[in-house]
Write a protein that binds this ligand. Structure first.
Ligand code: AMP
Length: 216
């Protein structure tokens, strides 16, 4: 199954994608995580991406699309993949269609995780992440005792782009550039809306239900 997770920053795309990836046994592809990995390794791509990410702006389409193209052509994506944070513009969505058509593939379903802006601000300012494996936690809803990652033991941090002024820019970028994708995919009959709940488990159940996978 080839899936896209849509939704504002902080809607829980990453968390849900992780759960779905385990259940469906297909890779979770997060463009944001690919960029952050490159920033950590100080690659040329990382340096370029950081100039946009640190301001809450989108990395240019040509850079982002090439990364996704390379990733989904890898063997582990042959049975399906979950795109998290991509596409984020109509142009990216159109380029994605061209890429998939060339490979004889298509997107099966698009899950739109619905959340309001106020909840996003609250959620992102309370989010802490593992700089090593990318696992996310929430100071209120998914806390850790010693500020160490439960998976790999690394010291947890706030993401640089989870600062209030950057969060506001990211939300604005979402409404301006990404939200039109909701209508784009609705028009193609692929969209399903699910509500973002404060409980990770409930959100995942909503998504499984929308995908017709409840009970597996
Ligand atoms: P995320 O982890 O999905 O919240 O992404 C973090 C940041 O990476 C975003 O605010 C953008 O600056 C950048 N980014 C991630 N995915 C994309 C994309 N598909 N197109 C452009 N920029 C992106």
């Amino acid at each position: 199954m080839n899936l896209i997770l849509l939704g504002a920053p902080g809607a829980g795309k990453g968390t849900q994608a992780t759960g779905l990836s385990e259940i469906l046994n297909i890779p979770h592809i997060s463009t944001g995580e690919i960029f952050r990995d490159n920033i950590r390794r100080n690659t040329e791509l990382g340096k370029l991406a950081d100039t946009y990410i640190s301001k809450g702006e989108l990395v240019p389409d040509n850079v982002t699309v090439q990364i996704v193209k390379d990733r989904i052509s890898q063997k582990d994506c042959s049975k399906g993949f979950i795109l998290d944070g991509f596409p984020r513009t109509i142009a990216q969505a159109e380029m994605l269609e061209d890429i998939l058509t060339t490979e004889g593939k298509s997107i099966d379903k698009v899950v739109n995780i619905v959340i309001d802006d106020e909840a996003v601000v609250k959620r992102l300012s309370n989010r802490i992440v593992c700089p090593s494996c990318g696992e996310t936690y929430h100071l209120e809803f998914n806390p850790v005792e010693d500020n160490k990652c439960k998976k790999c033991g690394e010291q947890l941090v706030h993401r640089d782009d989870d600062k209030p002024d950057v969060i506001r820019n990211r939300i604005a970028a979402y409404h301006r550039q990404t939200e039109p994708l909701v209508e784009f995919y609705r028009g193609k009959g692929k969209l399903m809306n699910v509500l973002s709940e404060s409980s990770i488990e409930e959100s995942l159940q909503n998504t499984l239900y929308a995908l017709g996978l409840k009970g597996i």
